[in-house]
Design a binder for this molecule. Structure first.
Ligand SMILES: [Cu+2]
Length: 688
């Protein structure tokens, strides 16, 4: 009777699922989550910041604030995922050749599963959503995205997924099925616990949120460009954002379908992926990688956009081969849908099918090569400044080519038979994703930080971070190529061949350096915030930027542009600086501006989403139903909100704009040689 009642209230959840885990490391992580959560709540209460957090951030529909919140999520989750990588490397190094275990095999399985899931869905995806959110309207001369409310809902579903995956550290266990969650291992029969359900619902929540965001980006680019901003005049970052958005719209639904069908298999005894009852797990492999391969380009294309902006700005030149870069971006986007089967070359399709997909895979090397040459030619005869973002770009150019070549090896099906599931593959995709994606996002973060916050980041700590990330990357992943060729397999908590040991130790040192690189980023942020007066760049153009976002104050006002700009060419702002006077007094009238009014509904939708998902994971059906109904209820409530915009009077806009322009006129235009000194207040002396 009691147990029946407690099932109705708590589902499968028991006291033993809370806090205490299988080993000291896992228990420590679990306690840490609780301690950090309590500390954050205490800090907010102590400083009386709850109202501020709610009014300024959680209810905001401003694309700039939403973008910043995405990137904050990304950094928090990155700390977790890098720490997990450290534990995995330590375990493999310690346990090699029959040594002692740091964590058990079961926990090791959870570690590689959460590391992959977190890095892809809660580090890389929020980072690119954040960068695009922040920059896209500024670069195309718009006031906001097309659907500000939907944008906030996308963010809410993303942090809901992130919170769920953090909860799994403390309440119960996570999946051991890898980030791709292949059945039959993730079927109920082989994974009866709550772990796979945590994976399903956190990925489903964020997958739906990302789909909404992708639609929003694409519509914004098609509809909101300012007068004269033809598609072929957009900065390259906007092009990569457009291709990414299209990829998201087509690639994320297969993921949501795959995870939903897996849920039906587990919850309602369907048999989509069960070999025994007419289903077929290959259906899962096809659906998952129909998402999974385009996903790698969703992650990498925005970084390509960042590289294009960073390399051209810090070379003091316009981008070489703009048209070919646009074309290459589109080719990559299309080809990325034609190669998914290279993820299961060894699973029994015919040699001809393998050959076709192998060939398609190799083709992607062509447009990617075009891009690399364009970037190198942009640097050629440029006046290169080796700032921290540019240093990251140079590491990228070298290491990305190595990673690409190892991809060509793997795209050959016969070679892939020899190397699949070995550490060679792990080395390859980290070689693409770390210099290609993560370094791009870090460079973008350093490059646009002054735009978002009105002060530059400390350059010295930026270079230290670059040194640590670069050295750490090579030390951590170069040995994995060798290990893979020697036969070391992925996803194993220990190996027995003593020949592996020295390589595993080098890789461990590399992981430690990468962790130090992350810490350096944190230090950089703290140091810069403390010296923000000396680093202030309120005029808004600290690097001699080329696109429209630099022609706004730092940070930009809520409405971005007092009057929507009019452009006549690519790099309109760079040309205006050389040939005209962008900060001249502007005559003509200002108009009232309508901006979206704040609303708390997206945040409530996110909370209801967490309740629904948590209820589903633990079979607490009342909570799942309440959460689900509440999500839709809040969405319906939005249609009853009649006053969704508020008007900013023309006088306010005029006052702010004129004040900024006159301040800019009085500021000294700073030459590039001293752009890292306190003399740089954000007015750049243009390079001839
Ligand atoms: Cu692939």
């Amino acid at each position: 009777m009691i147990s029946g009642l407690s099932y109705w209230i708590f589902g499968r959840l028991e006291w033993s699922d809370l806090l205490i885990k299988s080993n000291a490391i896992a228990t420590g992580a679990s306690c840490m989550v609780v301690i950090v959560a309590i500390a954050i709540v205490a800090l907010l209460t102590w400083t009386g910041r709850w109202g501020w957090l709610w009014r300024e951030w959680l209810t905001s529909l401003d694309h700039k604030r939403i973008g910043i919140m995405y990137i904050v999520i990304s950094f928090i989750m990155m700390a977790r995922a890098i720490a997990e990588a450290m534990v995995m490397r330590t375990q493999q190094a310690m346990a090699a050749g029959g040594g002692t275990d740091l964590v058990g095999a079961e926990h090791f399985g959870q570690l590689f599963t959460t590391h992959g899931t977190v890095m892809i869905f809660f580090v890389a995806m929020p980072f690119l959503s954040g960068l695009i959110n922040y920059l896209l309207p500024l670069q195309i001369g718009a006031r906001d995205l097309s659907f500000p409310f939907m944008n906030a809902v996308g963010l809410a579903l993303t942090w809901a997924g992130a919170v769920l995956i953090m909860v799994s550290l403390t309440v119960g266990d996570f999946s051991t099925g890898g980030w791709s969650a292949y059945p039959p291992f993730t079927e109920l029969a082989f994974s009866p616990g709550e772990g796979v359900d945590y994976w399903i619902w956190s990925v489903t929540l964020t997958g739906i949120g990302t789909t909404l965001t992708g639609i929003n980006f694409a519509v914004t680019i098609y509809k909101e460009r300012c007068p004269g901003m033809h598609l072929m005049r957009m900065p390259l970052f906007c092009w990569t954002a457009l291709c990414t958005a299209i990829l998201i719209v087509f690639a994320l639904p297969p993921l949501t379908v795959a995870s939903s069908l897996l849920a039906l298999d587990r919850y309602l005894d369907f048999h989509f992926f069960t070999n025994g009852s007419g289903g077929n797990m290959m259906n899962y492999a096809n659906l998952f990688w129909l998402f999974g391969h385009p996903e790698v380009y969703i992650l990498i294309l925005p970084a390509f956009g960042v590289w294009s902006e960073v390399i051209s700005t810090f070379s003091g030149k316009r981008l070489y081969g703009y048209r070919s870069l646009v074309l290459a971006t589109m080719c990559i986007a299309v080809l990325s849908f034609t190669v998914w089967m290279h993820h299961f070359f060894t699973m029994g399709q015919s040699a001809n099918v393998n050959a076709a997909f192998g060939f398609a895979t190799m083709l992607i090397g062509i447009p990617t090569g075009v891009k690399v040459y364009d970037w190198i030619l942009t640097m050629y005869r440029g006046r290169i400044r080796f700032s921290a973002p540019m240093l990251f770009a140079i590491t990228f150019l070298f290491s990305f080519v190595v990673g690409g070549l190892s991809g060509i090896l793997l795209s050959n099906a016969p070679t892939d038979f020899a190397m699949h599931n070995s550490l060679f593959l792990v080395a390859h995709f980290h070689n693409m994703l770390i210099p290609g994606t993560l370094f791009g996002f870090i460079a973008g973060y350093m490059y646009w930080f002054p735009k978002a916050f009105g002060f530059r980041l400390d350059e010295r700590w930026g270079r230290i971070a670059w040194g640590l990330w670069t050295a750490g990357f090579f030390a951590a992943f170069a040995p994995l190529y060798s290990l893979g060729l020697m036969g070391a397999m992925r996803r194993t908590s220990q190996t027995y061949d003593p020949a592996y040991e020295p390589f595993l130790y080098v890789a461990l040192v590399g992981a430690a350096l990468l962790f130090a690189g992350f810490v350096a980023l944190v230090v950089q942020l703290v140091v810069s915030t403390r010296h923000r007066d000396r680093l202030a760049v309120p005029i808004g153009d600290p690097w001699d930027g080329r696109a429209l976002e630099w022609f706004t104050p730092s940070p930009p006002p809520e409405w971005n542009f007092a009057r929507l700009p009019q452009v006549e060419c690519i790099d309109a702002f760079a040309r205006e600086k050389r040939e005209g006077d962008p900060y001249a007094p502007q005559d003509g009238d200002y108009a009232d501006i309508e901006m979206p009014r704040n609303t708390g509904l997206p945040t409530l939708i996110g909370m209801a989403g967490i309740a629904c998902a948590f209820g589903l994971v633990w079979h607490i059906w009342w909570m799942a139903i309440v959460g689900f109904v509440a999500m839709w209820g809040f969405l319906v409530a939005r249609s009853f909100e009649s006053r969704t915009t508020r008007t900013i009077p023309a006088a306010t806009v005029r006052e702010a704009n004129e004040a900024w322009l006159s301040r800019a006129r009085m500021a000294r235009a700073v030459p590039r040689e001293i752009e890292f000194t306190a003399a740089n207040t954000g007015r750049a002396e243009p390079l001839a």
